[in-house]
Design a binder for this molecule. Structure first.
Ligand SMILES: [Zn+2]
Length: 630
């Protein structure tokens, strides 16, 4: 049934940070929390003790064993359908609570074997729930739309399950006969092969190169070291890091190509078997998003490449470089010496989100004053940041690695945007429909980032500080809109080529990726030199194994910017539209939900709004640079 919280449990932001290519301050840029006491979340809100957690886990495991009794009963009557769905829903809800206790506790120190063991117990609990409930969808489809609709009309209690029931029925045209479904189910393990091979190959199998930096320091360039050292200020070091890292990946061009090609073919195989138009159609149909959204996004990014190129030229000017290479894309162009305490982050978040109004702000303030956050880095703690909102009867939890830079304030506001989204969705929906999709999730966070940037820029600032915030905003647009759309375009292209019967090798993928890198970064226009050696980058992007996932980052920053701009311009309906979108949770499909709030992601408007903001910020940056004589 609804296992959506699994997707939420690993934060979208954590995943994004790994490949977004956002320039990130090196970890030493700000003081560590030397004197600051760790601020911890209170997991006792979930269970008073480990024993209580264990007892509950065992109870849920026993409950899962009882699910089999409902098989074959769903079509007996409206009442029996309700009984089964209520029971399974309760197991899901309580199971989620068991899961997040283990997951949050484990993330405090990943080195703790007992914590990881608890997580694996919770995972296997959910795996058995998944198996126990596998009969539901085929059984609902066999009962058929007419009877199910009659049951929903007859039994008021089914109202909270209606969305899910209809969502299952929606899949009817893509559902095959019993024999064919069973063949596809049996093929599942095989079809999952490319992901498994990729994750082994990309993390464990590669002998990482060593480089000696100008400081004589010898660095082993694994994935984490690469993300750190690609952003250093010394240009020769950056080039050295790029050359060594991508040369190593290049050695594996053929096997990575074979792996990705096989993945693409599994997508085509299932899409064809189920009668989807193509693999994109199947991928976006999960959230019932029209493929037009995807195509409108790719077109918008292409139409607006001149703004991307203008930004790269601006970056070159700020860095004072004679020319620009792909290895110049990560270092910060401006620095801000300021530190922001956690109390300041709270205050800035509350103040910058004033346009949201009292209902939102009350929820936010209550949350900030409660023990819902794990704030500072500590040894063994999971890196990045996320919000965990799967505890329907409890409250959201937020994990941060707060380091006192402005980026940390931005992340703070981002994650609390997810938290308040969850609170609003929870308050306005039963458990069954409160959980929102990824497609809407990142709206609730990116809007906050935009409002924070604009709030800072509205202050009386020195030129240096103003330039810093402008640059952060521009980097966000480059990394989240242009770069993610470039990935989305690559993903679409390799699927379309394979669907047209073309052979895809690693070498061919490198050619396609090189063309995209050149186009997005203005190679032919003399904006940025794209060295061919770096076009193996596609092999490093794990998101290509998520099946048309990254486009949602780009649509979210566009939709979020549109909401923020409308609110800042004093559009009074914008706030209600926004809050109502958050309140809807998962009770509607995301695309029509956003359309009814005035954000139509199949149209040009959200994208042109984002680009207008980008151009406005660049105008201001250029004026400041002129004034500074840079
Ligand atoms: Zn997020």
């Amino acid at each position: 049934m609804n296992l959506q919280f699994f997707k939420q449990s690993a934060s979208v932001l954590t995943i994004l940070a790994a490949v977004s290519g956002l320039a990130v301050a090196p970890p030493t840029a700000h003081a560590q929390n030397g004197d600051d006491q760790q601020i911890e979340w209170n997991l006792a809100d979930l269970y008073p003790s480990l024993d209580a957690w264990n007892a509950e886990r065992e109870r849920i495991n026993a409950e899962i064993q009882t699910v089999a009794q409902y098989e074959g009963t769903l079509g007996n009557s409206a009442q029996s359908l309700l009984t089964a769905f209520d029971a399974i829903s309760a197991i899901n809800k309580e199971g989620a609570r068991v899961f997040i206790y283990a997951s949050l506790g484990g993330d405090e120190d990943l080195r703790n074997a007992e914590g990881q063991e608890r997580l694996s117990l919770a995972r296997s609990m959910f795996a058995s729930l998944g198996q126990a409930t596998a009969f539901i969808a085929p059984e609902i489809l066999a009962i058929g739309e007419e009877t199910i609709e009659q049951y929903i009309a007859d039994e008021r209690g089914l109202a909270k399950h209606a969305f899910q029931l209809r969502d299952i029925l929606r899949q009817k045209q893509y559902t095959l006969g019993g024999e064919a479904e069973s063949v596809l189910a049996n093929a599942g393990e095989v079809l999952g092969g490319p992901q498994r091979i990729y994750s082994l190959l990309s993390t464990a199998a590669i002998p990482w190169p060593k480089v000696t930096l100008s400081s004589e320091q010898v660095v082993t360039l694994n994935q984490a070291a690469y993300t750190r050292y690609r952003a250093v200020q010394n240009r020769e070091d950056r080039k050295k890091v790029f050359d060594a890292f991508w040369n190593t990946w290049k050695t594996y061009e053929a096997p990575f190509g074979q792996t990705l090609d096989t993945l693409v073919k599994t997508h085509i195989f299932t899409a064809k078997s189920r009668g989807y138009e193509n693999s994109l159609d199947q991928a976006v149909s999960n959230s019932n998003v029209p493929t037009d959204v995807y195509r409108a996004l790719v077109k918008a990014a292409n139409d607006n490449l001149p703004s991307m190129h203008r930004y790269l030229k601006l970056r070159q000017r700020m860095m004072g470089l004679p020319d620009l290479h792909y290895y110049d894309i990560y270092p910060e162009t401006t620095q801000l010496e300021k530190e922001f305490s956690v109390e300041e982050a709270k205050r800035l978040t509350l103040e910058s989100l004033q346009p949201f109004g009292e209902e939102y702000l009350t929820l936010l303030e209550d949350g900030l004053n409660a023990d819902w956050m794990h704030v500072y880095p500590q040894p063994g703690k999971r890196s990045g940041a996320y919000m965990q909102g799967a505890g329907y009867d409890v409250h959201p939890y937020v994990l941060l690695n707060y380091n006192k830079g402005f980026e940390d304030v931005s992340t703070f506001s981002h994650e609390w945007g997810h938290a308040v989204h969850t609170l609003l969705a929870r308050a306005n929906n039963p458990y069954e429909t409160y959980s929102y999709t990824t497609f809407t999730a990142e709206l609730a966070s990116t809007t906050n980032e935009v409002l924070l940037q604009e709030f800072m820029l509205a202050k009386d600032l020195s030129d240096e500080e103003r330039l810093y915030y402008i640059d952060r905003a521009l980097e966000g647009i480059r990394g989240t809109f242009f770069r993610q759309t470039m990935f989305a375009e690559f993903e679409l292209k390799i699927h379309e080529l394979a669907e047209a019967g073309e052979a895809l090798s690693g070498r061919r993928m490198t050619e396609i990726y090189l063309d995209l890198l050149k186009k997005y970064h203005g190679h032919d226009e003399g904006v940025m030199n794209i060295d061919e050696a770096y076009a193996i980058e596609w092999a490093y992007i794990p998101h290509f194994y998520f099946n048309f996932y990254v486009y949602q980052y780009a649509t979210s920053i566009s939709g979020g910017t549109m909401f923020a701009e409308r609110m800042l311009a004093g559009d009074e309906t914008a706030r209600d539209d926004y809050i109502n979108t958050l309140k809807a949770g998962g009770s509607q499909y995301p695309h029509p939900l956003l359309q009814s709030a005035g954000v139509d992601l199949t149209s040009e408007e959200p994208y042109t709004t984002l680009i207008s903001r980008m151009n406005r910020l660049m105008d201001e940056a250029e004026t400041i640079l002129d004034r500074m004589g840079k």
